[in-house]
Every structure is written in C-alpha cells, then in structure tokens.
Design a protein around this ligand. Structure first.
Ligand SMILES: C[S@@+](CC[C@H](N)C(=O)[O-])C[C@H]1O[C@@H](n2cnc3c(N)ncnc32)[C@H](O)[C@@H]1O
Length: 395
C-alpha cells in the first residue's frame, strides 16, 4: 500500500503539477520525460529537491549509504587521505544531510590529513540548510574549512571530488522501440479526476509516446551499435544525455587528483540487457520503491540507474583516467570496513555496526548494485579502494 500524502504534501504536489500542466500546454500538449523530471525534481522553489521535505533518512523517502552507516564515510575518508596526503581540498557534490562530510572531516582530522577546504555544491536550498546545521556542530577547526558554492569553482582544485548518488538524480530521457524505430516517452495532461464532487479537467498526467528528435535518435543509434545483442520490440529504457556535460564540467574543476563516484548502476551491456525490457526508473516515497513517476509529483524522488560506460567515456573525453571501477562492497572491504567494525567500543556497538555493514555489503542489499568509480588526473597513487576488484574491463 502506498502511504497517503499529508494535506501539506497534497497541496505541494498540486502546485508542482500545476506548473507542469502549464509547461505541457505551452509546449503544445507534450513534454519529454527529461523535462518532466527536471520540473518534478528541480523546478525553483517547487521541485522535490528545491523545496522543503525530509527526503533523506529513516523519516524521509529513502536512505543512502552515508545515512545507513558512518562506516561508509570512514572508508571514503581513508581513500581521500591516501590521495590528499594532508593538503589539497575536497569538493562534494550533492551532500545530502551533510553527514558524510562531517564524518570525513572527523576521520581526516583524526588521521592528521585535514584538507585545506571542504567545499560543497548543493542544488537544494533545503538540503544546504540541513548541511549547515549538521556541520555547524563540528569543532571550529573543522567547520571553518567548510564552504558552500553556488556553482562549480572557477579555479580548478587539487584533491578529491566526491559524489554519492548524484548521477542517478540527473534528469534522463526515456525511449521505446516500435517497429525498429526509436520513440520518445513523455508526459501529457491526462484524463480527469473527481475532487470533492467536482471533476477537475487535466488534474493528472499521463505517459505518451512521441516521435524522437534527432538528438535522441542519434544517441540511441550510437548506443545500440555498441551493444552485444539487439533489443526486442517494445524495449523501453532510459538514456541520460546529461552525464557527459556533467562529467565534463566537473572534470574541468579537477587540476590534479581523484573524482570518486558512487551510484547504483551497471556497465552498458548489462544495463541495456535485452531482458531488462522496462528500464531502471525508480521512484522513492516514504521508503516505498515503485515505478510510477506520475504520482506524488514533487514529493517523491525519481531516479534511474547509471550507465557507467557512459560515465567512463565522458571522463576519458575530458582527459581523465578511469583508475578504478568496482562494487561498493569491494571498495569498502578494500578501505578497511572490517577494521572499522573491529574498533567498536563494546559488543553492543559491534553488533550495531555489523548490522549496518551487512546493508552496505551484501549482494542483495547495496553491495553489488552500487558501484564505485575512480576518475583521476595526474594522480599516480595505486588507489587503496580498488585494490580488491577491477571491473574496468566490463565497461
Ligand atoms: C540522492 S541525494 C544523495 C545525497 C547524499 N550524497 C547522500 O548520499 O546521502 C542526491 C543529492 O544530489 C543533489 N543534486 C542533484 N543534482 C545535482 C547537481 N546537478 N549538482 C549537485 N548536486 C546535485 C541533491 O540535491 C541531493 O543532495
């Protein structure tokens, strides 16, 4: 059963939907899925990430690895320490509640490897506020190093760029194959809905296919030619054309060092497997996962898995080296997750950490679906986090 919306959520969702209806009408009756996702998540002051709701954590819509356990962030800190060596800076993109930033700073302080600066670029004003509150509780020595940016830094950094579960939040396009032709999925004003006895026209949105433009057709043709098997009739999936410009923009900010990305995703040939006929789009609402982006508009998260081959190609085109690609489990084991568990103060703490570690590591939980990718520039360090597993050949 899908949880009910509170009256506030209902009102908020109505406002976001009204904006989307307006855009659909202005566009002549249809907008592509990428535009729908952009509005639902990021419309200024209204979208899921732009407006205030709990989002992350047990009381929100979903939990991420840094929210499940500080073990994750301690392992990331260890990888940062190896690259930073006590200088340089960290730039975190999409820092959520700020919990990972706090644990990384505490861990690096304990290791005597504090970065000169910990910069955060956050598109959500609401989450940036939560980050300020969380990081404001750190000792002055640490909190003074944290700065918030409103755009990517103009001066490239030396150090580490971090992004956990950011790529999956980039708006993507959706396509379906009909008679060998690529069609694009998008949103139209749909049907009617009864509300308090009155019938409100166009109060709901519906999915509709349209002719694909040249950009999508070209991108899909390039994609299909790179796959080992042809895709069947009706095959529906996503393609994120924002990955390449996003990676290029972030790569420009890295003069020397490491970009470390974590997300759920797959190499291309697995992502676009002929049997994955309905794609990977997922919505998160109050800890429920479902695949209908046209409900709970503006109050639920919408994500799609990441095609890591596309990420690697974009990185190489931007002059970065793909220095590592592994499962999240292999990354955490290589960066000492077991040792951090063993450091627990007592058996109760150890049992709690063991439970958290299981969620991070087990294949049926986050261990295999989530991947870690290391992209480097002028960084000849043999990265600790990727010493146990090298999946780069699958890309
Ligand atoms: C799923 S949350 C992950 C938050 C956090 N990294 C964590 O793991 O708990 C996605 C985050 O990415 C941010 N975000 C989305 N698009 C972004 C972009 N283009 N640049 C920077 N941050 C972005 C969101 O506001 C949010 O903080």
């Amino acid at each position: 059963m899908m949880p009910m919306l509170s009256s506030e959520e209902e009102a908020h969702s109505r406002a976001v939907s009204a904006l989307i209806h307006e855009r659909i009408r202005a566009a002549g009756g249809w907008i592509c899925f990428e535009d729908f996702m952009e509005l639902a998540l990021y419309a200024p002051g209204l979208g899921y990430y732009s407006a205030g709701s709990v989002k992350l954590g047990p009381d929100g819509d979903f939990v991420t690895a840094p929210e499940i356990s500080d073990l994750f962030s301690r392992c990331v800190a260890r990888q940062c320490a190896q690259v930073l060596g006590g200088e340089g800076e960290i730039l975190e993109l999409g820092a959520g509640t700020g919990r990972m930033a706090a644990v990384i700073l505490e861990s690096l302080a304990a290791a005597g490897r504090l970065p000169e600066r910990y910069a955060i670029l956050e598109v959500s004003a609401d989450l940036a506020q939560r980050q300020r509150e969380r990081l404001g509780t750190l000792p002055r020595e640490l909190r003074e190093r944290v700065v918030w940016l409103d755009r990517l830094p103009e001066r490239p950094i030396e150090g580490v760029i971090l992004a956990n579960e950011v790529l999956d939040a980039l708006p993507c396009r959706r396509f379906a194959l009909r008679g060998g032709v690529v069609r694009e999925l998008g949103a139209v004003e749909g049907g009617t809905v009864a509300e308090g006895g009155a019938v409100v026209r166009g109060a709901v949105l519906a999915e509709r296919e349209s002719a694909a433009d040249q950009v999508l057709t070209g991108a899909c043709e390039a994609l299909f030619s790179d796959l080992p098997a042809a895709l069947p009739e009706g095959y529906t999936s996503e393609i994120c054309l924002r990955v390449a410009p996003w990676i290029a923009g972030v790569a420009n900010c890295l003069e020397r060092g490491l970009m470390l990305l974590f997300d759920y995703g797959l190499p291309r040939a697995h992502y676009y497997h002929p049997q994955r006929t309905a794609g990977t789009l997922r919505c998160h609402f109050k800890q429920r996962v479902h695949d209908d982006p046209y409900i709970n508009i503006g109050v639920q998260d919408i994500t799609a898995w990441v095609d890591f081959t596309r990420v690697a190609e974009a990185a190489v085109a931007s002059g970065l080296d793909v220095a590592g690609f592994s499962t999240q489990a292999a990354f955490l084991l290589a960066t000492g997750v077991e040792q951090f568990m063993a450091d627990a103060a007592d058996t109760v703490a150890h049992a709690r950490l063991a439970g958290e570690a299981r969620r991070l590591l087990l294949p049926g939980e986050m261990g295999e679906a989530f991947k870690a990718m290391a992209l480097t520039r002028e960084c000849d360090v043999a990265l600790e986090g990727f010493a146990l597993q090298d999946l780069r050949r699958s890309l």
